[in-house]
Design a protein around this ligand. Structure first.
Ligand SMILES: Cc1cc2nc3c(=O)[nH]c(=O)nc-3n(C[C@H](O)[C@H](O)[C@H](O)COP(=O)(O)O)c2cc1C
Length: 464
């Protein structure tokens, strides 16, 4: 792992680049090189999933079959790497993210940006096909930057993008996203965008989340970076190009022209919102494709478990939002965890701080965060990072007649195949009942268990 040959640049402030971050990972021995040739169809994704499940390092694929550009994946597929990106410890990750967002630093315009090279076409990118039934290769780590047609406010978002020819691609723009709103605002005129691939993690952490309208997403990136995001202008004079991006695809989204797009394996672990049929998606027409010298292509695989990189960074921002929301209501909220990408939230409540109205916390969570379907409240003695521990609390501390609360007919995000945009949501109060002496709920414990090592009793594994 020590001899990872990631290209490094010297001509610009590298602190904001993907390659600077990879350099940091290499120093920490958290980046590994895959030297053998790997097939972009399924094989790269299989290796990435295996690597993430085993909490392995970020992966730099030197040789992608049929392509010349190297590829990097699993960049953020571990909480320790999210922490590295923010210069925090794993324990302080959420707080560090929240503080970064509160700091919010305005972007910096770079008049004399570094020279970029032209890319021949979309097919020169090592775009991967991840899942069995995916319609084809998809660009998944392209941050779409767009300037609002009237206000000029820049939006950042992530979208699956499927190349359909050398200079055009289909893009899935969910109806509730800000980008969809920008496109509606543009009316009959195509919306100019830049798709930036291969960026510092701060861009992905912000792009994966919809923030309230009053927040400026580029300034939030700056808050996480600790310095204003450096922006270059595109060929139309729009300041929407992150200077250090490995690859930039400048073009325009034409909502009037749609093509069949999908299916695509999405984060709930299915191919779409309940159907394998392609949907009609708008076309992006690219007018300029450019890259840094020695470009690196970045990819992300999406799915419900910790085998998929998207889980890590999109959960972080959702946890930050939920925590901020619930803490405002009651400071007894101690920690939160969003499981399986987004549908289940576990909220840990500190006891001894007075009566906490669990139903109110649940209602606020459901009405503000549409991607939550279940909220589970637990006590401090439950490890909310361990799903089995959470299930244990659910199975032993919930009397369904008393502690299950139904919140009828609330908006639900569209990719959940089991609902049609509105559903009943459920809160479980899995805390020990207030006022009970507590003896009946004292967890069994074996003294000495935590420090006991099996090998001290039966020898090392290899000796058996
Ligand atoms: C890896 C990844 C892929 C995503 N793909 C899409 C997509 O194809 N279409 C979409 O509408 N949202 C997609 N999202 C979710 C949006 O990026 C997210 O909702 C974002 O908040 C939208 O930003 P906006 O509301 O500021 O435009 C994806 C998120 C992640 C993490």
């Amino acid at each position: 792992m020590s001899d990872v040959m990631v290209p490094t640049g010297t001509s610009l402030q590298e602190s904001q680049s993907l390659r600077a971050f990879l350099g940091k990972l290499a120093q920490q021995r958290d980046l590994a090189t895959v030297r053998k040739e790997v097939d972009p169809r399924h094989e790269v994704a299989a290796v990435l999933k295996k690597g993430a499940e085993e909490e392995g390092p970020a992966l730099f694929f030197e040789r992608i079959k049929g392509r010349t550009m190297p590829l990097v994946g699993n960049v953020l597929a571990a909480r320790r790497r999210l922490a590295t990106a923010l210069g925090a410890s794993e324990a302080d990750l959420l707080e560090s993210y929240r503080q970064g967002i509160e700091k919010s630093l305005a972007p910096v315009r770079v008049e004399r940006a570094m020279a970029r090279q032209e890319l021949a076409d979309l097919f020169s990118l090592p775009v991967i096909t991840a899942h069995e039934r995916d319609a084809g290769p998809y660009i998944t780590a392209g941050v779409v930057l767009a300037s609002h047609p009237r206000s000029g406010k820049v939006n950042l978002s992530l979208h699956r993008i499927c190349p359909i020819n050398a200079r055009e691609a289909a893009i899935y723009v969910g109806a509730t996203s800000d980008l969809a709103e920008y496109c509606r605002e543009a009316g009959d005129t195509p919306l100019p965008v830049a798709v930036a691939i291969g960026l510092h993690p701060a861009f992905y952490m912000i792009a994966s989340t919809k923030f309230p309208a009053e927040m400026d997403e580029l300034s939030l990136v700056g808050g996480l970076l600790g310095e204003g995001a450096r922006l270059a202008s595109d060929h139309r004079g729009l300041w929407i190009v992150p200077e250090s991006a490995e690859i930039v695809l400048e073009g325009e989204i034409d909502f009037r022209r749609t093509v069949p797009e999908g299916p695509f394996g999405e984060y709930p672990g299915y191919y779409g919102g309940g159907t394998l049929q392609p949907r009609q998606s708008p076309v992006i027409r690219f007018t300029r494709l450019s890259c840094r010298p020695d470009p690196l292509y970045q990819t992300v695989i999406t799915g419900p478990t910790t085998g998929y990189e998207s889980t890590y960074f999109s959960c972080l921002s959702k946890e930050a939002m939920l925590y901020t929301l619930l803490r405002r209501i009651n400071p007894a909220v101690r920690r939160v965890n969003v499981l399986l990408s987004r549908y289940i939230a576990v909220v840990q409540i500190q006891s001894g701080l007075g009566l906490v109205d669990g139903v109110r916390l649940m209602r606020e969570a459901f009405s503000n965060l549409e991607y939550l379907k279940y909220v589970i409240l637990v006590d401090e003695d439950v490890n909310l990072n361990d799903p089995m521990d959470v299930l244990w609390a659910l199975s032993t501390r919930v009397d369904p007649g008393k502690n299950l609360h139904l919140f009828p007919q609330i908006k639900m995000e569209p990719l959940d195949p089991s609902t049609d945009g509105v559903c009943d949501k459920v809160g479980f109060d899995a805390r020990r009942p207030a006022g009970v002496s507590g003896e009946g709920f004292l967890r069994t414990r074996i003294p000495g268990y935590e420090t006991t090592r099996l090998q001290d009793y039966i020898g090392e594994k290899k000796e058996r």
